[in-house]
Design a protein around this ligand. Structure first.
Ligand SMILES: [Zn+2]
Length: 492
């Protein structure tokens, strides 16, 4: 890196990035970042104490200002000071997506009610700040998240959650030796809405060192455009939805191109789990470490993958509980994630059931940080297959079988479909080397893992089309095990 780039990186990281964000009401990003770099070395006990103090402050706050929670607490006869430990949090009922859809305005701090209504009326695309003058007064941004169920969840942010996301991203990059202000290409835009010229994009590139590229509904032309732009901009970080990054990597392999003269130092995948074969692919094509951000639009970046391979919870700002983990389940069996935000937000999510299954580990990470570790995020509840003897088979298992194991050399792409009557269908795009023996080997592999009452079918296809949302899921669940599994976990 040249001296000029060095200075530019410093100025962007220390001055223009925080300053522009301050203007957008995303305050104190660097202050939050520095605090995180200190607290990540706290002891487990000190971290829990910090969480408890923040939790108590949050509960006292919502009890006064957020009608939804005040009503809930009164219904169960609870006042914030009844919560004497982190464990007492379980007395508060979990928050479902349905609660958020039905009670969104009651969940907002009463002092922000007018701002929420103004944000609802604003003509802008969701996620964009309400026109600048009004935005400064109202300080709320309306945003939506499309769940797996299809009904969008509307929520509001005054900039505080976004500021925290930036701070957590800066922490993640620091873990890989990268300071604030490094050049970054972000594959996040919708390709069909990607304008040839955009003032927002120019400003972001100039003042944040961030190049925004298309990342959703990608065609080969979009991949080629992204590749050329990356080569020219030479970012040190590639950031994007898992599907966009793996799509770009596969495109580059297909057309036999590399990313030189760009030499990325970190790939950050977001918005979907990063399966073993995908991580291998990205590492091979971009020739640098690959990490993953776990979270959701509503609550922000919950956990980040460290260089030693542990998914650390951003424990200073989130409490993650696993529902159904308690009695009998042991501390290390999978449960339904409940997440509690600890930062002051006008619309806080407490014990929010985001719809993913995960498992904790008690083992300490070799990086030395005591932030708690998610051993694995199994995936969306509907993507996890429940066997009759109560085991949970996660999408990662299928990926390992088809894309990492010995048979992977014969498989181009696959999809698993859970069907009624204990049937599982494998849709497979074959490579030339795929033979009857490959199928026989895959069948016998499945038989060693499943009871004989599950019937496996293979369907050979030429293409696996993405869904209307642009996602191309590994698992399609046609039996809606989802509700059943939620009930099972709650009753355990
Ligand atoms: Zn670690």
């Amino acid at each position: 890196m040249s001296f000029v780039e060095d200075i530019d990186q410093f100025l962007v990281g220390r001055a223009s990035f925080p300053a522009v964000n301050y203007f957008l009401n995303r305050k104190n990003i660097l202050g939050r970042y520095r605090k995180l770099l200190a607290s990540e070395w706290y002891s487990k006990e000190a971290l829990r104490e910090l969480q408890f103090q923040k939790l108590l402050a949050t509960l006292r706050h919502v009890y006064v200002w957020n009608p939804f929670y005040a009503k809930r607490f009164k219904e169960i006869g609870l006042v914030p000071d009844d919560i004497k430990s982190l464990e007492d949090l379980r007395h508060i009922p979990p928050l479902s997506r349905k609660d958020v859809i039905n009670h969104r305005l009651e969940m907002v701090d009463v002092r922000y009610r007018d701002s929420a209504l103004a944000a609802d009326r604003a003509p802008q695309h969701p996620g964009l700040p309400v026109l600048f003058g009004r935005f400064r007064r109202h300080k709320l941004v309306r945003n939506t998240s499309t769940g797996s169920t299809g009904t969008p969840t509307v929520f509001y942010d005054d900039g505080s959650t976004t500021a925290l996301n930036w701070a957590h991203e800066l922490r993640l990059k620091r873990w890989f030796g990268l300071p604030p202000g490094v050049r970054e290409a972000r594959m996040t835009g919708v390709s069909t809405l990607y304008p040839a010229k955009s003032l927002r994009r120019t400003i972001r590139k100039m003042y944040w060192n961030q190049m925004i590229l298309p990342g959703i509904f990608m065609s080969d032309d979009d991949y080629e455009f992204s590749l050329q732009s990356i080569r020219k901009f030479r970012p040190r970080v590639l950031w994007g939805c898992t599907l966009a990054l793996t799509g770009l990597a596969r495109y580059m392999q297909r057309v036999n191109k590399n990313i030189a003269p760009c030499t990325p130092e970190l790939v950050i995948s977001w918005a979907a789990p990063l399966y073993e074969h995908e991580k291998n692919l990205l590492t091979e094509v971009f020739d640098c470490p690959v990490t993953n951000l776990y979270g959701s639009r509503e609550v922000g970046h919950i956990a980040i993958l460290c260089p030693h391979g542990s998914m650390h919870v951003n424990q200073e700002n989130y409490i993650v509980e696993l529902e159904g983990m308690g009695a009998g389940g042991g501390k290390t069996s999978p449960g339904n994630i409940l997440v509690t935000q600890l930062n002051a937000s006008p619309m806080p999510f407490l014990r929010y059931r985001i719809g993913d299954l995960a498992e904790f580990t008690e083992e300490a990470c070799s990086c030395g940080r005591s932030l708690s570790v998610l051993k694995r995020v199994l995936g969306r509840i509907g993507d996890v297959f429940k066997t009759k003897d109560g085991r949970m088979i996660e999408p990662g298992f299928w990926c390992h079988a088809f894309m990492v194991g010995r048979q992977s050399q014969d498989v181009e792409k696959f999809q698993v479909v859970y069907q009624p009557d204990d049937k599982i269908l494998f849709r497979v795009i074959r490579k030339a080397s795929y033979s009857a023996q490959t199928e026989a080997d895959l069948r016998s592999l499945m038989e060693t893992h499943f009871q004989s009452d599950i019937k496996f079918d293979f369907e050979y296809v030429h293409d696996i089309k993405p869904q209307p949302s642009g996602k191309c899921p590994i698992v399609v669940n046609e039996i809606e095990q989802k509700e059943e599994l939620v009930l099972m976990l709650q009753s355990r």
